[in-house]
Design a protein around this ligand. Structure first.
Ligand code: F0G
Length: 449
């Protein structure tokens, strides 16, 4: 029998329920409060299926009514919600009620910076900066929803494998919810800022001798055997939260879909979430056309980009290596969902080298915006697509900057002291005299002439 892949629950389905969980692979349905990390029948990934918003008579809401409600829920409005996730609650977790664990999060800006646009060769480039979230990455959007589910299902502990950002977010939200947090990170491969956050917020931090892919396998086994609630992006509620990046972009653009949405990709949770958000927004009539989704991988961690080039005929895994430690992932978990997202949006997957990532990051940083290395992959991807003629001058493009510049200070300090880095902004040690300052200014103005 074919798996039911309806986007929303039909009127006759799941009476009395607002949402349920459905296995992508075998179609098994679970109640929304079931705490299984994956399908108990076949091990497939679970997805949340909501009832489409209806009016008091049970009739489907028109797109403009839904859009109006979302506007009323903006934080500046009298009925507004301070969170950029929970103001989209009807499409995220309608039954959350008062149980929400929120920082708040979301409500991140859509920036234009001429320096970055000019470098990428894309005048219509907008930067959706998710580094403005409370722990400095987009992970907070999924974590507020995942933690809320953990609380309402009575979880005694929460856990994740991470390249650093998920662990920082988990540690923060678990602390707020008062639940012990356990994180599994690859030893020696987590950026300094992320490690510092995870320790500060009080999660038990396990430095695993292995890579992210080993950490993910381990946390899945541990959660299965020890009953700890799993908060990786295969958790369907994490996906629901991360969808709001797209809802927010669309709302910021007056529900006019951009031509392209470009994002860095590692474990493919965000690619999957973006695909689901666009599918739902389109099905509800909130947008009348789909933007093309572009997932950008680091060249040393690009199994999905390779599969795309081959028409997705096979699934690949690689031994990952890249300076962008956040996306140093060789065996992405949300593979099938991401394939669907790319196929449904006529999307593209590409890879950029570490040099291209650094070049893009230097531009984003020098514009005064800043982001972590993995985030710059999106802008590097835009430049590549402009050079290939796929993005044209008239296109409106949103590149997602997934994490804050302070996430990876170690890489930056090292880069800016490197003798072979032409744009290095070396710090200068001086005596505590005005003369010393004047000498520096003289050399600098000489250099800039
Ligand atoms: N950008 C940043 C800054 C990330 O931290 C991640 C993933 C991604 C992009 C890729 O997103 O995995 O959904 O494709 N970080 C995860 C973590 C793996 O553990 O923090 P994805």
């Amino acid at each position: 029998m074919a798996v039911n892949d309806s986007i929303f629950l039909h009127a006759h389905e799941a009476p009395g329920q607002q949402s349920l969980q459905r296995c992508d692979a075998c179609g098994l349905e679970l109640a929304e409060r079931d705490a299984s990390p994956e399908c108990p029948q076949c091990g497939g990934l679970l997805a949340i299926i909501h009832r489409a918003p209806v009016d008091v008579m049970g009739a489907p809401l028109a797109a403009n009514v839904i859009q109006h409600a979302f506007m009323q829920h903006c934080c500046a409005m009298p009925m507004g919600h301070p969170s950029g996730v929970w103001r989209f609650q009807s499409l995220v977790m309608p039954t959350a009620g008062e149980a929400i664990t929120s920082h708040p999060e979301g409500n991140t800006p859509l920036l234009t910076r001429t320096r970055v646009s000019a470098w990428a060769g894309c005048e219509g480039l907008l930067l959706k900066h998710e580094g403005y979230n409370p722990t400095g990455s987009f992970k907070d959007r999924g974590m507020t929803v995942g933690t809320t589910q953990a609380v309402r299902t009575g979880a005694t502990a929460v856990a994740c494998a991470s390249t650093g950002n998920t662990s920082a977010a988990l540690a923060s939200y678990a602390a707020q919810a008062g639940i012990p947090g356990l994180v599994f990170v690859p030893a020696g491969k987590v950026a300094l800022g992320k490690m510092a956050q995870t320790l500060a917020y009080g999660a038990t931090t396990l430095l695993v001798r292995g890579d992210f892919d080993d950490c993910l396998r381990l946390v899945q086994d541990a959660s299965r055997e020890l009953g700890i609630y799993l908060l990786n992006s295969i958790n369907p509620w994490r996906v629901e939260g991360q969808k709001t990046i797209v809802f927010e972009i669309l709302q910021q653009l007056g529900w006019q879909a951009p031509d392209f949405i470009v994002l860095p990709a590692g474990n493919l949770g965000n690619t999957a979430a973006f695909g689901k958000a666009l599918r739902e927004a389109h099905a509800l009539g909130l947008i009348d056309r789909l933007p093309r989704l572009v997932s950008v991988q680091a060249a040393g961690a690009a199994p999905f980009a390779r599969a795309f080039r081959e028409g997705f005929t096979a699934r690949h895994r690689v031994q990952a290596e890249t300076i962008a430690t956040a996306i140093r992932i060789g065996d992405p978990a949300s593979w099938d969902r991401a394939v669907r997202a790319i196929r449904e949006t006529d999307g593209i997957v590409l890879s950029v080298t570490d040099e291209e990532i650094i070049d893009a990051k230097v531009q984003i940083d020098a514009a005064g915006v800043g982001c972590e290395p993995a985030s710059a992959a999106s802008v590097a991807g835009v430049k590549q697509l402009v050079q290939n003629g796929i993005i044209t001058a008239a296109d409106r493009v949103v590149a997602v900057l997934t994490g804050h510049v302070l996430k990876d200070p170690g890489m930056l300090v090292e880069l800016h002291q490197r003798a072979d880095f032409a744009q290095a902004n070396r710090p200068l040690e001086i005596d505590a005299t005005v003369q010393a300052v004047a000498d520096v200014l003289k050399t600098r103005s000489g250099a800039s002439r």
